[in-house]
Ligand binder design. Structure first.
Ligand code: ADP
Ligand code: ZN
Length: 609
């Protein structure tokens, strides 16, 4: 049966003892010639789902991937495992491309990575006709979704694979998971008969935290310094300008940070990406243009300093943390201004009414997640139609926020908004409204005579921050809106009336006053992979890491391509004394055992102190 062969490949080539989750069922489906649609979170182990069938079936597995910049790394990683892999894309010299084509025709490739636009050329299609194809894997399959955040028009052409090669199994994979996206993928790729494999989207090792934004750069710096000093991370920003200024700020504070956005030249982007992948402890400050397909396993944190536009995008981005299964952080700072800005952007965005409505719904779901008093993970997974119990590893579970009756406070805000809105023609921001409520005399209150308003000073009992929290939550719940016709002034909504009349009791969220707990801080804190390692084994682990760094450098590949931190950790713990013992460690396959086994055994036996 197929499973014995597949398991053999898993153990021998990849060095893993057993399949995870749905992997085995998926692999068997494809080895048996069936189609599959695979939805698995980032880090779930999608690559093996097509790599193993490609090795077991006759012929070459053709992998369609939009990520040209990463093909070299993917091929390098497979080569390290002794798998015969190559790629075809536009960055390649034509002579090299010819050699790859010939290797394919001669049946010398297990896997061939191709960009979709390349695949759809006549030359490539004819080439594939002349060789033997084991399967088609369509990676990042959500790129076919026109509503999604990563739409690639070339993906629409991929439905022809089925017509041209009806007998070749196809496997489409994505980490994007809503039911809508899933249906769209199946339809556009003509995967009518594919078996669907939907994994749990939970990523238990990621700690989700959403904090109230005040001085965001300082908050970010604090988080990095106290929890992730010297570790790799990604900081997502909404605009290029913000990427630049944040990267510069972090550098000035002594953090090894680099910018990445679509406005940088391809050379700089490639260089920055390569440094991030190859070196330890680099922080990438980026727009969402960065990250898809980056399979660096030891990204320890993903921070968002602007509100993401959808839960789907947020989950994909945060999923890039902790692929190695070790503890990681997803940190988001969010404030009143984010809500105002995003609502405005939606109103001003091109496209028809239904498109804007859709954006509005996505934003509402994201705001719901930010303002929830429930476990974050329960909310996140519910968004993907999955149910779990409270996780114990998010800010809400660890430090539950308090709920308070904000009805009266909300009425004060709404009356103030109503009074100001009646003036029309003036743009009063949230800050001005809060000044009025708190009875603060400013140039503006004087100029407009606002000190005589009946609401002036009615809110002296709450702090500035508390009022911002009230306003933010009213906006998030749609009880207040930004009226663009009225010059961007805050305005009432249908829902406001019930609150003003006292028909609707409004429970609001108040952040816990406690500081988030963190372990040891600063450089004395052990790295994630070394946490829980007995102190006497830390030098062994460090010696293995240093050795790995040298090997990676001499091979010109990222360190994790040689061995993951998790594998080095297991070696340090198990203290293997023979090649046989070493071969049982997860992540040590036949090829790596042969290439590196002796060197590892030496380092475990006599750690370099
Ligand atoms: P995805 O593409 O779904 O984001 P990857 O294929 O990169 O995930 O796998 C994530 C990590 O899990 C990788 O480091 C991979 O080596 C590891 N992994 C995958 N399957 C297994 C398994 N069966 N046993 C142990 N580790 C695995
Ligand atoms: Zn939780």
């Amino acid at each position: 049966m197929s499973d014995a062969r597949a398991l053999g490949v898993l153990q021998r080539v990849f060095g893993y003892e057993s399949f995870r989750g749905d992997q085995q069922a998926i692999v068997e489906q494809v080895i048996g010639g069936g189609d599959a649609l695979v939805l698995m979170p980032t880090g779930g182990g999608k690559s093996l789902c097509y790599q193993i069938p490609s090795l077991v079936r006759e012929g070459t597995g053709i992998v369609v991937s939009p990520l040209i910049a990463l093909m070299q790394d993917q091929v390098d990683a497979l080569t390290e495992l002794g798998v015969r892999a190559a790629f075809l894309n536009s960055t390649q010299d034509w002579r090299v491309a010819r050699e790859v084509e010939q290797a394919f025709l001669d049946g010398e490739l297990d896997l061939l990575y191709v960009a979709p636009e390349r695949l759809l050329t006549d030359r490539c299609l004819q080439l594939l006709d002349r060789g033997r194809i084991a399967l088609f894997a369509i990676d990042e399959a959500h790129c076919v979704s026109q509503w999604g955040h990563d739409f690639r028009p070339e993906y629409l052409g991929l439905s022809m694979l089925h017509e041209r090669w009806p007998d070749v199994p196809r496997i489409a994979l994505t980490a994007t998971a809503t039911a809508v996206t899933r249906t769209e993928i199946a339809q556009r790729l003509s995967l009518d008969e594919a078996r669907h494999f939907v994994s749990s989207f939970d990523r238990p090792n990621i700690r989700y935290r959403i904090v109230e934004k005040n001085e965001v750069r300082k908050q970010l710096l604090d988080m990095i310094r106290t929890e992730h000093e010297g570790e790799s991370g990604v900081v997502y920003c909404l605009s290029r300008a913000r990427v630049e200024e944040t990267a510069e700020f972090l550098c000035n504070q002594g953090i090894d940070a680099m910018p990445y956005h679509a406005g940088l030249s391809p050379q700089i982007r490639a260089a920055n990406q390569s440094r991030f992948l190859r070196e330890d402890g680099v922080v990438m400050v980026a727009t969402i243009a960065f990250g898809m397909g980056i399979d660096k396993p030891d990204v320890r944190f993903v921070a968002h300093i602007d509100l993401p536009k959808s839960v789907e995008g947020y989950y994909q981005e945060t999923g890039r943390a902790g692929r190695d299964g070790l503890p990681a952080t997803a940190w988001l700072a969010y404030g009143l201004q984010d809500v105002v800005q995003q609502r405005r952007m939606i109103d001003e965005s091109p496209g028809d009414e239904s498109y804007r409505r859709r954006l509005g719904q996505q934003l509402d779901a994201m705001l719901g997640l930010c303002e929830t008093v429930e476990c974050r993970r329960v909310r996140l997974l519910a968004y993907f139609g999955q149910q779990i119990t409270a996780c114990g590893n998010c800010d809400v579970c660890l430090d539950p926020p308090q709920a308070w009756d904000g009805t009266v406070a909300a009425q004060k805000v709404l009356s103030a908004v109503y009074r100001l809105w009646k003036e029309r023609g003036q743009r009063y921001g949230a800050g001005h409204i809060i000044d009025i409520l708190r009875g603060k005399v400013t140039d503006r209150t004087k100029q407009h005579g606002h000190e005589s308003l009946s609401v002036f000073g009615v809110g002296a009992d709450l702090s500035d921050t508390a009022w911002r929290g009230v306003l933010r939550q009213l906006l998030a719940q749609g009880l207040l809106t930004v009226d663009n016709e009225g010059f961007g002034t805050l305005a009432l909504t249908e829902g406001s009336r019930a609150v003003l009349k006292g028909e609707h009791q409004l429970m609001l969220r108040r952040e816990s006053e406690k500081k988030p707990r963190s372990g040891k801080t600063g450089s004395g804190r052990p790295k994630a992979a070394a946490i829980d390692l007995p102190a006497e084994l830390q030098p062994v682990f460090e010696a293995l890491r240093a050795w790995r760094g040298e090997v990676a450098k001499s091979h010109g590949v990222p360190a994790y391509v040689i061995f993951h931190d998790a594998t080095l950790r297991e070696i340090a713990l198990a203290q293997p004394e023979s090649m046989d013992e070493l071969s049982h460690i997860n992540g040590v396959g036949a090829r790596k055992l042969e290439a590196y086994g002796e060197e590892i055994l030496q380092r475990v036996a006599r750690p370099v102190l």
